[in-house]
Design a protein around this ligand. Structure first.
Ligand SMILES: N[C@@H](CCC(=O)N[C@@H](CS)C(=O)NCC(=O)O)C(=O)O
Length: 210
């Protein structure tokens, strides 16, 4: 269908963030589920994104996008009636751009390197385990930096909902897990809880994680 977005997705991965934005924004979309551990699906993924990363978004006109932050900025400008981000000129805009870049540039890569430690250091299980430990430690420090900086009410940016809330609700399900976030990042845990209560997000979280 010409007006439909196609999201290349893997259950529980970062595509859940984009799916939540598509649903909240009222976009027509369909999922193409891939399991990157299956050779055929991996080949399909590499043909779309040479980095082999999920999410990939195919726009209604056929243009292909990688990079979650770029997708979310595009979706937010295409659906101003259902705000997914504070618009240019809004008081929260600078904080929004700052933390969006921080999440995708400082935090997300720690997961990628940690997840890929055995692939990056083949044949050296000890080094791979140390790399996973080091990247997780760095990622936890970065989450705690956000925790110290924000005053949610109930959203990451205060009273303005944004796609930052979607990164949080999905990423608290990843390492080091919800128990760690509850103990060390109570503000981010509250952001995740508020976001998970949005009916469209709740349905996606259930399908992606439960
Ligand atoms: N910078 C990318 C990162 C995407 C990413 O790393 N996704 C993970 C899944 S959540 C992935 O595909 N990992 C597999 C790999 O890196 O090989 C984005 O923001 O979309």
């Amino acid at each position: 269908m010409a007006s439909t977005y196609r999201l290349i997705s893997t259950r529980g991965w970062g595509s859940a963030i984009i799916e939540a934005a598509l649903a909240l924004g009222g976009f027509a979309y369909e999922l193409e589920e891939l399991d990157p551990n299956r050779p055929k699906d991996r080949q399909r993924l590499l043909s779309l994104n040479p980095l082999g990363q999920i999410p990939v978004l195919i726009l209604p006109d056929g243009e292909l996008m990688t990079e979650s932050a770029a997708m979310l900025l595009l979706l937010s400008e295409r659906q101003p009636a259902t705000p997914l981000a504070p618009p240019p000129g809004a008081p929260e805009r600078a904080a929004f751009l700052r933390w969006l870049a921080f999440v995708v540039a400082a935090i997300y890569p720690q997961y990628i390197v940690g997840d890929g430690a055995n692939r990056l250091l083949p044949g050296d299980a000890d080094a791979a385990a140390r790399l996973l430990e080091a990247t997780d430690a760095q990622m936890m420090r970065h989450w705690q930096q956000i925790e110290a900086a924000i005053t949610p009410s109930p959203w990451f940016l205060g009273q303005t909902f944004s796609v930052l809330d979607l990164y949080v609700v999905v990423m608290v399900r990843w390492r080091p897990g919800r128990a760690w976030f509850a103990a060390h990042c109570p503000k981010l845990t509250a952001v995740a809880a508020a976001t998970a209560r949005l009916p469209k997000v709740e349905a996606i979280m259930r399908a992606q994680f439960d």
